[in-house]
Design a protein around this ligand. Structure first.
Ligand code: HEM
Length: 213
C-alpha cells in the first residue's frame, strides 16, 4: 500500500499508531535499561540467590524477551501500515522464534518461584499461556491467509509481550501508594498486567471490523 495516497482518516490513524508505538518503544527501552542489561554481569552478586539458582531459565528468557519486545514494535508498525514485504516476513519469524525460546524460560521461571507464592506464580504461568496462544493464533491465521485475523492476533500477542514491562512500570507506583501488602500487589499485577490491556484493546480491535461493516 502506498503511504502517499492515503485518506485523511487513515493518515490520522497512522499518527495515532506512531504515537502509541513511540510511547511503547520508550517504555521498552526504559525496561531493558533498568531490568535487563545488568544481567550481562554473569555473577552471583548481580543475579542474587533468587535468580542465580534459576539462571538456565532466566538467560534464554531475557534474551528471547528482549528480541520479541523490540522486533514486535517494528512488526506492528509494518503490519498495521500495510508494509508486508520481505522485512515483515523475516522479522515475523524472528519474533515468533524469540517468543518460543522466551516462553519456555517463562514457564520454567514461573513454576520454580521460590517460597511458594501461588497467586503470583499462577498469574505469570497464565501470562506465558496467553503469550503462546495469542502468538500461535497469529501464526495459524497467517498460514491460512486470514490477514485481518492475523493483524488482530498479532496486536493481542504484542499486548501480552508487553505485560512484563507493564508490571515493572506500574507496580512501583502501587507499591509506593501502599494500597495493599507487597505480595498482594505482585499477584494482582501478574494477572492485571495482561488481562486489563487485552480487555481495553478488544473494543478498539473490533471497532475496525464494525467501521467496515
Ligand atoms: C509476556 C510473557 C512473560 C512471562 C510469562 C514472563 C515470566 C517471567 C517470570 C515467571 C519471571 C520470574 C519472576 C520471579 O521469579 O519473580 C520473569 C523474570 C524476568 N523477565 Fe519475564 N516474562 C515475560 C515477558 C518478558 C519479556 C518480554 C521480557 C523482556 C526482556 C522479560 C524480562 C524478564 C526479566 C529481565 C526478568 C528478571 C528480572 C525481573 O524480575 O524484573 N520478560 N519473567
Amino acid at each position: 500500500m502506498s503511504t502517499r495516497n492515503t485518506m485523511p482518516g487513515q493518515r490520522s490513524l497512522r499518527w495515532n499508531l506512531l504515537l502509541a508505538l513511540s510511547a511503547a518503544a520508550l517504555a521498552a527501552i526504559w525496561f531493558i535499561d533498568q531490568n535487563v542489561l545488568h544481567f550481562r554481569n554473569y555473577d552471583l552478586a548481580t543475579y542474587t540467590d533468587y535468580y542465580w539458582q534459576r539462571r538456565q531459565g532466566l538467560i534464554p528468557h531475557i534474551l528471547g524477551g528482549s528480541v520479541a519486545i523490540l522486533s514486535g514494535l517494528v512488526q506492528l508498525w509494518l503490519g498495521l501500515t500495510g508494509r508486508i514485504g520481505a522485512l515483515h516476513r523475516v522479522l515475523g519469524k524472528v519474533y515468533v522464534s524469540a517468543i518460543a525460546v522466551a516462553s519456555c524460560g517463562a514457564i520454567y521461571l514461573a513454576v520454580t518461584i521460590p517460597s511458594l507464592h501461588f497467586a503470583y506464580g499462577a498469574g505469570l504461568l497464565f501470562l506465558a499461556m496467553a503469550w503462546i496462544i495469542t502468538t500461535g493464533m497469529a501464526v495459524i491465521s497467517i498460514k491460512k491467509r486470514a490477514l485481518e485475523q492475523h493483524r488482530e492476533w498479532m496486536t493481542r500477542s504484542y499486548i501480552v509481550t508487553f505485560a512484563f514491562v507493564t508490571i515493572r512500570l506500574v507496580e512501583k507506583y502501587l507499591l509506593r501508594m501502599h494500597l495493599a501488602p507487597d505480595t498482594e500487589i505482585d499477584s494482582f499485577m501478574a494477572f492485571a498486567s495482561w488481562a486489563v490491556p487485552l480487555l481495553l484493546a478488544e473494543p478498539l480491535i473490533q471497532w475496525r471490523r464494525l467501521a467496515r461493516g
